[in-house]
Design a protein around this ligand. Structure first.
Ligand SMILES: [Zn+2]
Length: 452
């Protein structure tokens, strides 16, 4: 292992704010933090004596490590609700999550907000990384989503018990809402996440209304904030977005059908929105040409609505945060973390600089414990820095090629870029389908054929 006194990086500096970039910039890393940055010509002479390792590659951009506003590190690239809720032992899920965390870091994601876990895996992954045992992003994590019979994750028939492996907990009374928040805070979550509405993936009437009442959202927000935690909600429908914003939730996920009243409530209560359009767009793309696929039209309609409504929200002043939804099979780990920026530009009309801000400094609003330490290139902050060939302000898609990055620094150290070995799936990591279709007997030919 090489030892160094620190690094002197040179290149165009995009600092994570909305300030214009500094061309011909320089940035000094000492220990785990940024010691200095600015125009290269202003570099204080004292750094010349420090024998820093100089990284000066032509045409490079220096920018903060990405802050992914929505991951599910415990979901293991599940292909179905059943796979996520029912199958795979918790011990194996945890091992997988640690394996995948490294891939997320190698995509340039140095911090992330985990938006619901199965079991308490997200806390364990966060702590295993924080304590230096495994490599991965710095995580702030939600617990299991608080849901009820109309919320996302209560997906199975009433005749069976609510699965313990589900990434939610079924809450039946208002007293139990408060009890569950206190229970999860004791389990050291960073944020409470609520299933405020259902989801097109699960039920066709997903977007009709809200799972919880305004009064219930208020109970949740009040107790969560009393205990000093962030309050976030899965809110695809108009009512769920409106009522959670009126109740003072900090962050609304999706908010595809938010209207002017909801936008007004967000502005009044300083709520941010994390859309995760990447999941919807990936689903539509992946399902194209897949004859057995259902739901593509519904996803397309939601993308269209979100494109209009979220653009209005952003233009009105509601901050947007970029999150990828990595963890489900449409969004495998380590691959799509920077796509949301492209979609913010193409679908919502943000500039590339605004999109980068949404995936760096703006996203630190979800990271209560350490948000002030990351997300921005600034002297004193942790040196989570990407060295990127080219200028992402000219082509935001450059950030979707993390293998081309010259360096990913986390806490002042270059991240090991060796990809983890490919892994095989265990037999229990799947929905147990005997055969995807009917093997029908054809009397004329006397043989069988598979009908989907
Ligand atoms: Zn999610």
């Amino acid at each position: 292992m090489t030892t160094t006194n620190g690094y002197l990086l040179k290149g165009r500096i995009i600092d994570g704010t909305l300030n214009p970039p500094v061309e011909n910039g320089a940035l000094v890393i000492e220990g785990e933090r940024i010691a200095w940055l600015g125009a290269a010509r202003d570099l204080p002479p004292l750094y010349a004596d420090r024998r820093l390792e100089v990284i000066d590659l032509p045409g490079r951009t220096l920018m903060p490590g990405l802050v992914d506003g929505h991951t599910h590190i415990s979901f293991g690239e599940a292909r179905s609700e059943e796979e996520n809720a029912l199958y795979t032992p918790v011990e194996f899920r945890t091992a997988k999550a640690l394996y995948y965390a490294k891939k997320v870091l190698q995509a340039g994601v140095t911090s992330a907000f985990d938006a619901a876990t199965t079991y308490n895996i997200a806390q364990a992954v966060r702590d295993a990384i924080d304590t230096g045992m495994f490599e991965g992003p710095r995580f702030a994590v939600s617990g299991k989503q608080l849901t009820n019979h109309q919320g996302l994750e209560d997906s199975f028939p009433n005749e069976m018990p609510f699965p313990v492996g589900q990434s939610a907990v079924l809450v039946k009374t208002r007293e139990d809402l408060v009890e569950q928040i206190r229970f999860q805070v004791k389990d050291e979550i960073d944020a409470i996440k609520v299933s405020g509405s259902n989801d097109n993936l699960i039920t066709p009437d997903a977007l009709g209304s809200s799972a919880f009442t305004l009064e219930e959202f208020r109970i949740i927000a009040e107790e969560t904030h009393r205990l000093g935690k962030l309050c976030s909600v899965h809110a695809r429908s108009r009512e769920a977005a409106l009522w959670s914003a009126q109740a003072g939730f900090d962050n609304l996920f999706h908010a595809s059908y938010i209207d002017d009243e909801g936008i007004e409530a967000c502005l009044k209560n300083h709520c941010v929105i994390t859309p995760t359009l990447t999941l919807l767009v990936n689903l539509v793309e992946a399902k194209q040409g897949n004859a057995g696929a259902s739901g593509a039209a519904a996803f397309r309609a939601e993308i269209e609505a979100a494109s209009v409504n979220l653009r209005r929200a952003y233009e009105a002043g509601v901050p947007l945060i970029a999150g990828s939804e990595s963890g489900w099979s449409p969004v495998p780990y380590g691959q799509w973390h920077a796509r949301e920026m492209e979609l913010f530009v193409d679908l919502l009309g943000l500039t590339p600089l605004q999109a980068i801000h949404a995936n760096t400094l703006a996203a630190t609003r979800l990271l209560h414990r350490f948000g002030h330490e990351v997300g921005k290139l600034e002297a004193g902050r942790l040196a989570d820095v990407l060295v990127v060939p080219g200028n992402p302000l000219d082509d935001i898609r450059l950030l979707q090629r993390p293998k081309s990055f010259d360096y990913i620094f986390k806490g002042g150290r270059p991240v090991d870029r060796t990809p983890p070995p490919p892994r095989q799936r265990k037999w229990y990591e799947r929905t147990k389908i005997f055969l995807n279709g009917l093997y029908e007997y054809d009397e004329t030919s006397g043989s069988g054929r598979l009908v989907q």
